[in-house]
Design a protein around this ligand. Structure first.
Ligand code: NDP
Ligand code: OXD
Length: 307
Protein backbone atom coordinates (compact mmCIF):
# COMPACT_ATOMS: atom_id res chain seq x y z
CA UNK A 1 0.00 0.00 0.00
CA UNK A 2 2.24 2.74 -1.30
CA UNK A 3 1.67 6.49 -1.07
CA UNK A 4 2.91 8.48 -4.09
CA UNK A 5 3.65 12.20 -3.68
CA UNK A 6 3.74 14.41 -6.78
CA UNK A 7 4.37 18.07 -5.97
CA UNK A 8 7.30 20.28 -5.02
CA UNK A 9 10.25 17.84 -4.60
CA UNK A 10 12.05 19.87 -1.92
CA UNK A 11 9.00 19.78 0.31
CA UNK A 12 8.48 16.17 -0.79
CA UNK A 13 11.74 15.23 0.91
CA UNK A 14 10.36 16.62 4.20
CA UNK A 15 7.10 14.71 3.72
CA UNK A 16 9.08 11.51 3.04
CA UNK A 17 11.31 11.93 6.07
CA UNK A 18 8.39 12.58 8.45
CA UNK A 19 6.26 9.85 6.89
CA UNK A 20 9.07 7.29 7.27
CA UNK A 21 9.41 8.24 10.94
CA UNK A 22 5.68 8.06 11.76
CA UNK A 23 4.61 5.21 9.47
CA UNK A 24 7.73 3.12 8.77
CA UNK A 25 5.69 0.19 7.42
CA UNK A 26 4.02 2.17 4.64
CA UNK A 27 6.15 2.94 1.56
CA UNK A 28 6.15 6.66 0.61
CA UNK A 29 7.53 7.55 -2.80
CA UNK A 30 8.25 10.94 -4.37
CA UNK A 31 7.38 11.20 -8.08
CA UNK A 32 8.93 10.33 -10.60
CA UNK A 33 10.25 7.44 -8.45
CA UNK A 34 6.96 5.52 -8.62
CA UNK A 35 8.24 1.95 -8.15
CA UNK A 36 5.56 -0.62 -9.04
CA UNK A 37 2.51 1.43 -10.20
CA UNK A 38 0.19 -1.40 -9.13
CA UNK A 39 1.27 -0.96 -5.48
CA UNK A 40 0.20 2.69 -5.33
CA UNK A 41 -3.09 3.14 -3.46
CA UNK A 42 -2.87 6.81 -2.47
CA UNK A 43 -1.81 9.80 -4.52
CA UNK A 44 -0.87 13.11 -2.85
CA UNK A 45 -0.53 15.71 -5.59
CA UNK A 46 -0.70 19.33 -6.66
CA UNK A 47 -1.25 18.44 -10.33
CA UNK A 48 -1.61 14.69 -10.91
CA UNK A 49 -1.74 15.00 -14.73
CA UNK A 50 -3.03 11.60 -15.88
CA UNK A 51 -1.83 9.57 -12.85
CA UNK A 52 -5.35 9.25 -11.44
CA UNK A 53 -6.33 7.45 -14.65
CA UNK A 54 -3.20 5.36 -15.21
CA UNK A 55 -2.50 4.02 -11.69
CA UNK A 56 -4.53 0.78 -11.75
CA UNK A 57 -5.21 0.34 -8.01
CA UNK A 58 -5.52 3.92 -6.84
CA UNK A 59 -8.04 4.39 -4.00
CA UNK A 60 -7.88 8.10 -3.05
CA UNK A 61 -6.54 11.36 -4.51
CA UNK A 62 -5.33 13.86 -1.91
CA UNK A 63 -4.74 17.47 -2.89
CA UNK A 64 -1.49 18.70 -1.42
CA UNK A 65 -3.17 22.10 -1.05
CA UNK A 66 -6.41 23.48 0.36
CA UNK A 67 -7.78 24.17 -3.12
CA UNK A 68 -8.67 21.41 -5.59
CA UNK A 69 -9.21 23.27 -8.88
CA UNK A 70 -5.59 22.60 -9.93
CA UNK A 71 -6.31 18.85 -9.82
CA UNK A 72 -8.69 19.11 -12.79
CA UNK A 73 -11.52 17.05 -11.32
CA UNK A 74 -12.78 16.08 -14.78
CA UNK A 75 -9.63 13.95 -15.20
CA UNK A 76 -10.11 12.03 -11.95
CA UNK A 77 -12.29 8.92 -12.28
CA UNK A 78 -15.67 9.40 -10.54
CA UNK A 79 -15.23 6.46 -8.13
CA UNK A 80 -12.13 7.98 -6.49
CA UNK A 81 -12.70 10.18 -3.41
CA UNK A 82 -10.88 13.53 -3.60
CA UNK A 83 -9.62 15.00 -0.34
CA UNK A 84 -8.31 18.53 0.13
CA UNK A 85 -5.76 19.61 2.73
CA UNK A 86 -7.15 20.79 6.04
CA UNK A 87 -4.24 21.32 8.39
CA UNK A 88 -3.28 24.01 10.91
CA UNK A 89 -0.09 25.18 9.15
CA UNK A 90 -1.87 26.44 6.04
CA UNK A 91 -4.42 28.29 8.18
CA UNK A 92 -1.69 29.99 10.22
CA UNK A 93 0.13 31.17 7.08
CA UNK A 94 -3.02 32.61 5.51
CA UNK A 95 -4.02 34.41 8.70
CA UNK A 96 -0.58 36.06 8.80
CA UNK A 97 -0.65 37.08 5.14
CA UNK A 98 -4.14 38.59 5.12
CA UNK A 99 -3.72 40.30 8.49
CA UNK A 100 -0.56 42.00 7.25
CA UNK A 101 -2.25 43.04 3.99
CA UNK A 102 -5.31 44.50 5.71
CA UNK A 103 -3.16 46.35 8.23
CA UNK A 104 -0.93 47.72 5.45
CA UNK A 105 -4.00 49.09 3.66
CA UNK A 106 -5.58 50.41 6.84
CA UNK A 107 -2.34 52.15 7.93
CA UNK A 108 -1.90 53.81 4.48
CA UNK A 109 1.35 52.00 3.69
CA UNK A 110 0.66 52.13 -0.08
CA UNK A 111 0.45 55.93 0.12
CA UNK A 112 3.52 56.17 2.34
CA UNK A 113 5.49 54.00 -0.13
CA UNK A 114 4.62 56.47 -2.92
CA UNK A 115 5.49 59.41 -0.67
CA UNK A 116 8.83 57.77 0.12
CA UNK A 117 9.62 57.43 -3.59
CA UNK A 118 8.94 61.19 -3.93
CA UNK A 119 10.84 62.00 -0.67
CA UNK A 120 7.69 63.45 0.85
CA UNK A 121 7.42 63.61 4.65
CA UNK A 122 3.70 64.06 5.30
CA UNK A 123 1.47 62.48 7.95
CA UNK A 124 -1.88 61.20 6.73
CA UNK A 125 -4.91 61.19 9.02
CA UNK A 126 -4.92 57.89 10.95
CA UNK A 127 -8.32 56.23 11.45
CA UNK A 128 -9.46 53.77 14.10
CA UNK A 129 -9.75 50.13 13.03
CA UNK A 130 -13.45 50.18 13.92
CA UNK A 131 -14.04 52.61 11.03
CA UNK A 132 -12.52 50.18 8.53
CA UNK A 133 -15.06 47.65 7.23
CA UNK A 134 -13.39 44.40 6.19
CA UNK A 135 -15.37 41.87 4.17
CA UNK A 136 -14.22 38.34 3.38
CA UNK A 137 -15.61 36.40 0.41
CA UNK A 138 -15.69 32.79 1.61
CA UNK A 139 -16.28 31.70 5.18
CA UNK A 140 -14.59 28.32 5.05
CA UNK A 141 -11.50 27.05 6.87
CA UNK A 142 -9.43 30.08 5.79
CA UNK A 143 -11.99 32.91 5.62
CA UNK A 144 -13.36 32.17 9.08
CA UNK A 145 -9.86 31.97 10.61
CA UNK A 146 -8.82 35.27 9.02
CA UNK A 147 -11.91 37.04 10.37
CA UNK A 148 -11.37 35.61 13.83
CA UNK A 149 -7.95 37.30 13.91
CA UNK A 150 -9.00 40.58 12.25
CA UNK A 151 -11.81 40.96 14.78
CA UNK A 152 -9.18 41.20 17.53
CA UNK A 153 -7.85 44.43 15.96
CA UNK A 154 -11.32 45.98 16.15
CA UNK A 155 -12.09 46.01 12.40
CA UNK A 156 -15.78 45.96 11.48
CA UNK A 157 -15.90 42.40 10.12
CA UNK A 158 -18.28 40.73 7.68
CA UNK A 159 -18.22 37.66 5.48
CA UNK A 160 -20.10 36.13 2.58
CA UNK A 161 -20.72 32.45 1.85
CA UNK A 162 -23.09 30.24 -0.10
CA UNK A 163 -24.90 28.82 2.90
CA UNK A 164 -25.75 30.81 6.05
CA UNK A 165 -23.03 30.92 8.76
CA UNK A 166 -22.85 32.29 12.25
CA UNK A 167 -19.50 33.62 13.48
CA UNK A 168 -19.23 35.60 16.67
CA UNK A 169 -18.53 39.27 16.01
CA UNK A 170 -18.88 38.88 12.24
CA UNK A 171 -21.84 40.08 10.17
CA UNK A 172 -22.58 37.08 7.96
CA UNK A 173 -24.17 37.36 4.51
CA UNK A 174 -25.22 34.34 2.43
CA UNK A 175 -26.19 33.69 -1.17
CA UNK A 176 -26.20 35.68 -4.37
CA UNK A 177 -28.90 38.12 -3.26
CA UNK A 178 -26.79 39.16 -0.26
CA UNK A 179 -23.66 39.90 -2.29
CA UNK A 180 -24.51 43.51 -3.19
CA UNK A 181 -25.34 44.63 0.40
CA UNK A 182 -22.21 42.83 1.62
CA UNK A 183 -20.05 44.66 -0.93
CA UNK A 184 -21.70 48.01 -0.28
CA UNK A 185 -20.49 47.92 3.36
CA UNK A 186 -16.94 46.72 2.56
CA UNK A 187 -13.85 48.97 2.48
CA UNK A 188 -11.29 46.15 2.28
CA UNK A 189 -12.44 43.11 0.32
CA UNK A 190 -10.58 39.82 0.84
CA UNK A 191 -11.21 36.98 -1.62
CA UNK A 192 -10.90 33.51 -0.13
CA UNK A 193 -13.27 31.65 -2.41
CA UNK A 194 -12.50 28.36 -4.15
CA UNK A 195 -12.35 28.50 -7.94
CA UNK A 196 -15.57 27.06 -9.38
CA UNK A 197 -17.81 27.85 -12.35
CA UNK A 198 -19.73 30.22 -10.05
CA UNK A 199 -16.69 32.14 -8.78
CA UNK A 200 -14.66 32.31 -11.99
CA UNK A 201 -14.46 35.94 -13.18
CA UNK A 202 -16.56 37.27 -10.31
CA UNK A 203 -14.06 39.99 -9.30
CA UNK A 204 -15.09 42.20 -12.20
CA UNK A 205 -16.18 45.76 -12.98
CA UNK A 206 -19.70 45.22 -11.67
CA UNK A 207 -18.39 43.92 -8.36
CA UNK A 208 -15.80 46.70 -8.01
CA UNK A 209 -18.45 49.33 -8.74
CA UNK A 210 -20.66 47.95 -5.98
CA UNK A 211 -17.91 48.56 -3.40
CA UNK A 212 -17.70 52.04 -1.84
CA UNK A 213 -15.40 54.35 -3.83
CA UNK A 214 -11.77 54.03 -2.70
CA UNK A 215 -12.09 50.44 -1.44
CA UNK A 216 -9.19 47.97 -1.63
CA UNK A 217 -8.81 44.34 -2.66
CA UNK A 218 -6.77 41.53 -1.13
CA UNK A 219 -6.92 38.59 -3.54
CA UNK A 220 -5.68 35.26 -2.21
CA UNK A 221 -8.24 32.92 -3.80
CA UNK A 222 -7.40 31.90 -7.35
CA UNK A 223 -6.23 33.98 -10.34
CA UNK A 224 -9.12 33.25 -12.74
CA UNK A 225 -11.59 34.78 -10.26
CA UNK A 226 -10.14 38.20 -11.12
CA UNK A 227 -10.81 40.10 -14.35
CA UNK A 228 -7.45 41.85 -14.44
CA UNK A 229 -8.35 44.56 -16.97
CA UNK A 230 -11.37 45.51 -14.83
CA UNK A 231 -9.12 45.76 -11.78
CA UNK A 232 -6.65 48.04 -13.58
CA UNK A 233 -9.53 50.16 -14.86
CA UNK A 234 -11.06 50.44 -11.36
CA UNK A 235 -7.67 51.46 -9.92
CA UNK A 236 -7.10 54.05 -12.63
CA UNK A 237 -10.59 55.49 -12.14
CA UNK A 238 -9.99 55.71 -8.37
CA UNK A 239 -12.95 53.39 -7.71
CA UNK A 240 -10.38 51.13 -6.07
CA UNK A 241 -7.56 52.55 -4.00
CA UNK A 242 -5.17 49.59 -3.89
CA UNK A 243 -4.80 45.84 -4.35
CA UNK A 244 -2.72 43.10 -2.81
CA UNK A 245 -2.57 40.18 -5.23
CA UNK A 246 -1.11 36.77 -4.46
CA UNK A 247 -2.72 34.80 -7.28
CA UNK A 248 -2.85 35.47 -11.02
CA UNK A 249 -4.69 34.18 -14.02
CA UNK A 250 -1.32 33.27 -15.54
CA UNK A 251 1.33 32.17 -13.05
CA UNK A 252 4.13 33.23 -13.19
CA UNK A 253 2.83 36.70 -14.12
CA UNK A 254 4.49 37.58 -17.49
CA UNK A 255 7.28 40.18 -17.20
CA UNK A 256 5.47 42.61 -19.52
CA UNK A 257 2.13 42.44 -17.68
CA UNK A 258 0.68 45.90 -16.89
CA UNK A 259 -0.03 44.90 -13.27
CA UNK A 260 3.69 45.03 -12.44
CA UNK A 261 3.79 48.78 -12.88
CA UNK A 262 0.52 49.75 -11.19
CA UNK A 263 1.51 52.15 -8.38
CA UNK A 264 -0.91 50.85 -5.77
CA UNK A 265 -0.67 47.12 -6.50
CA UNK A 266 1.45 44.75 -4.46
CA UNK A 267 2.23 41.38 -5.99
CA UNK A 268 3.45 38.18 -4.38
CA UNK A 269 4.07 34.89 -6.24
CA UNK A 270 1.29 32.66 -4.82
CA UNK A 271 2.93 32.36 -1.43
CA UNK A 272 0.16 33.62 0.86
CA UNK A 273 0.16 30.23 2.49
CA UNK A 274 1.24 26.69 1.80
CA UNK A 275 0.70 23.31 3.35
CA UNK A 276 3.33 22.62 5.99
CA UNK A 277 4.66 19.07 5.70
CA UNK A 278 5.38 19.00 9.46
CA UNK A 279 1.65 19.15 10.25
CA UNK A 280 0.21 17.83 6.98
CA UNK A 281 1.72 14.35 7.34
CA UNK A 282 -0.17 13.86 10.61
CA UNK A 283 -3.41 14.83 8.87
CA UNK A 284 -2.68 12.49 5.96
CA UNK A 285 -1.97 9.58 8.31
CA UNK A 286 -5.20 10.20 10.20
CA UNK A 287 -7.08 10.18 6.88
CA UNK A 288 -5.40 6.95 5.76
CA UNK A 289 -6.49 5.36 9.02
CA UNK A 290 -10.04 6.65 8.49
CA UNK A 291 -10.11 5.34 4.95
CA UNK A 292 -9.01 1.88 6.00
CA UNK A 293 -11.65 1.90 8.75
CA UNK A 294 -14.34 2.86 6.21
CA UNK A 295 -14.85 6.28 7.86
CA UNK A 296 -15.32 9.60 6.06
CA UNK A 297 -12.00 11.40 5.60
CA UNK A 298 -11.41 14.99 6.78
CA UNK A 299 -11.55 17.32 3.78
CA UNK A 300 -13.39 15.00 1.37
CA UNK A 301 -14.81 17.35 -1.23
CA UNK A 302 -18.21 17.38 -2.86
CA UNK A 303 -17.28 16.89 -6.52
CA UNK A 304 -20.59 18.22 -7.80
CA UNK A 305 -20.10 21.47 -5.86
CA UNK A 306 -16.46 21.75 -7.00
CA UNK A 307 -14.93 22.41 -3.56
P1 NDP B 1 -13.42 26.13 2.10
O1 NDP B 1 -13.97 25.11 1.14
O2 NDP B 1 -13.24 25.74 3.52
O3 NDP B 1 -14.38 27.41 2.09
C1 NDP B 1 -14.89 27.95 0.92
C2 NDP B 1 -15.89 29.05 1.28
O4 NDP B 1 -16.31 29.68 0.08
C3 NDP B 1 -17.15 28.51 1.95
O5 NDP B 1 -17.59 29.39 2.96
C4 NDP B 1 -18.16 28.49 0.81
O6 NDP B 1 -19.51 28.64 1.19
C5 NDP B 1 -17.74 29.70 0.02
N1 NDP B 1 -18.20 29.63 -1.35
C6 NDP B 1 -17.86 28.75 -2.31
N2 NDP B 1 -18.54 28.99 -3.45
C7 NDP B 1 -19.33 30.05 -3.20
C8 NDP B 1 -20.27 30.77 -3.97
N3 NDP B 1 -20.53 30.46 -5.24
N4 NDP B 1 -20.92 31.79 -3.38
C9 NDP B 1 -20.66 32.12 -2.10
N5 NDP B 1 -19.78 31.48 -1.29
C10 NDP B 1 -19.11 30.45 -1.85
O7 NDP B 1 -12.09 26.68 1.46
P2 NDP B 1 -10.79 27.25 2.23
O8 NDP B 1 -11.22 28.34 3.12
O9 NDP B 1 -9.99 26.15 2.79
O10 NDP B 1 -9.94 27.81 0.99
C11 NDP B 1 -10.47 28.78 0.11
C12 NDP B 1 -9.57 28.95 -1.10
O11 NDP B 1 -8.39 29.64 -0.76
C13 NDP B 1 -9.03 27.66 -1.72
O12 NDP B 1 -10.02 27.00 -2.51
C14 NDP B 1 -7.89 28.17 -2.56
O13 NDP B 1 -8.35 28.54 -3.83
C15 NDP B 1 -7.44 29.43 -1.79
N6 NDP B 1 -6.11 29.24 -1.21
C16 NDP B 1 -5.11 30.10 -1.59
C17 NDP B 1 -3.85 29.98 -1.05
C18 NDP B 1 -2.77 30.95 -1.43
O14 NDP B 1 -1.62 30.76 -1.04
N7 NDP B 1 -3.07 32.01 -2.16
C19 NDP B 1 -3.53 28.95 -0.07
C20 NDP B 1 -4.64 28.13 0.28
C21 NDP B 1 -5.87 28.28 -0.27
P3 NDP B 1 -20.24 27.53 2.13
O15 NDP B 1 -19.67 27.79 3.52
O16 NDP B 1 -21.65 27.85 2.05
O17 NDP B 1 -19.85 26.19 1.56
C1 OXD C 1 -3.58 25.87 -1.82
C2 OXD C 1 -2.62 26.85 -2.34
O1 OXD C 1 -4.68 25.72 -2.38
O2 OXD C 1 -1.44 26.81 -1.89
O3 OXD C 1 -3.26 25.21 -0.82
O4 OXD C 1 -2.97 27.68 -3.16
Amino acid sequence: MTVLYKADPVRGAIWAERFARLAPDMPFRVWPDTGDPAAIRYLVAWQPDDLAVTLPNLEVVFSVGAGVDQLDLARIPAHLPVVRMIEPGIVEGMVEYVTEAVLAIHRDLFDYALQQQARVWRALQARPASSCRVGVLGLGMLGAAVLERLRLFGFACAGWSRSPREIEGVECFAGDAALAPFLARTDVLVCLLPLTAATSGMLDKRLFDTLPGGASLVHVGRGPQLVTCDLIDALERGQLHSAVLDVMDTEPLPADHPLWTQPRVRITPHIASATRPETAVDVLLDNLRRHRAGERMIGEIDRARGY
